[in-house]
Design a protein around this ligand. Structure first.
Ligand code: DC
Length: 337
């Protein structure tokens, strides 16, 4: 007895999507393994608890996979587990000793990173465009890592501010390069940005750090150091990275690239609410002016500026809810994965 595994996901709990995903998974399993009907002894599907609209065993039967017993079970709901997922164990009795190919499609590719390709999602755009909220949601749904690259520039800026170094002064910044001991760690799947042994993840969010981060990020010595760290992380595992130059410079070969933008007033409003919720009171007009100045500086710097990569999908989130943005991006990814 040889078991061939398969898994796939749907975007919505809808009959048509379930039937199509099941058919595509079975078709690929049968083609990739050159399976003959007589070799198949049984199909065991399992579903995550968020699927109710249709029965994968019925879908399989309807598209001609009705020559062996079919059964379907519900999986326990595991915190952090993949959503809207259909798995399959296909029991076979192969006529020869060919090597089997398991099939992981759509969002389920992340379940078997060893046999599925590593893929990266690049999310670029100006401050406050909603990148980090989208990135966190994608990372959770696809069970991949989220790397907030802005946090790394912010940590460098915080260190420079603490050392009393002018973040605009390239020579002065060069002088503290060896002391910029920025590290990224993950605790319970969440990024913690470290300066040496100190967790500065909260401290770097203060508004005073934002402009300093933009200043310091313009210096090539800083970018070269941080980009190398970012590439190291991204080549080892599937991840979603947000920043300014991910699609254009850090990972020009990223499988998915999005440029997320919004009107500057809308972005300032979002940042204003975020700062208020953390107890930081700022003047709205001043914050708006700072965001505009930061965009200008990030876009006009000479080395690796904020730019929309030629092959990025542009999403203007000005009049979209965050749920709509996530759904738009996910539906694009699902159609290409
Ligand atoms: O995304 P953020 O606001 O946390 O980023 C802070 C600053 O860091 C931003 O103004 C520009 C810089 N940055 C960058 O130059 N490249 C990146 N990949 C990420 C951020």
């Amino acid at each position: 007895m040889t078991i061939i595994r398969g898994a796939t996901t749907v975007e919505k709990d809808e009959k048509e999507q379930i039937s199509l995903a099941v058919k595509e998974m079975l078709d690929e399993i049968f083609t990739a393994n050159a399976l003959k009907k007589a070799e198949v002894k049984g199909f065991l599907f399992s579903l995550t608890t968020d699927i109710h609209s249709y029965h994968p065993a019925k879908s399989a039967r309807e598209c001609g996979y009705d020559f062996a017993p079919l059964f379907c079970a519900i999986e326990p709901d595991i915190d952090g587990g993949l959503k809207l997922c259909i798995r399959l164990m296909l029991f076979t009795d192969l006529a020869d000793n060919r090597t089997v190919k398991h099939v992981y499609q759509r969002g389920a590719k992340v379940l078997r990173k060893d046999i599925s390709e590593i893929f990266n999602i690049a999310l670029d755009g100006p401050a406050g465009s909603g990148k980090s909220t989208v990135a966190k949601a994608l990372a959770k749904d696809y069970n991949i890592l989220y790397l907030d690259t802005g946090a790394m520039y912010r940590a460098c800026a915080l260190k420079a501010l603490r050392l009393g170094v002018d973040t605009k002064d390239g020579e002065a910044v060069k002088g503290i390069l060896s002391q910029l001991d920025v590290k990224v760690e993950y605790k319970n799947g969440t990024q913690r940005t470290m300066l040496g042994e100190e967790d500065v993840s909260e401290k770097i969010r203060e508004n005073a750090v934002s402009m300093a981060a933009s200043n310091i990020s313009a210096h090539p010595v800083i970018r070269i150091k941080l980009v190398e760290m970012q590439r190291e992380i991204a080549k080892k595992m599937s991840c979603v990275l947000d920043g300014r130059d991910i699609g254009s410079a850090v990972l020009p070969d990223a499988k998915f690239k999005f440029f997320i933008t919004a009107d500057s007033k809308v972005r300032a409003q979002r940042r204003y609410k975020e700062l208020l919720s953390r107890g930081e009171v700022v003047d709205f007009d001043k914050l708006h002016a700072e965001i505009v100045a930061r965009d200008k500086q990030d876009s006009e710097r000479e080395f690796s500026p904020l730019v929309c990569a030629k092959d990025a999908v542009v999403v203007d989130t000005s009049s979209m809810s965050i749920e709509e943005v996530i759904a738009t991006i996910k539906s694009y990814i699902q159609s290409k994965i």
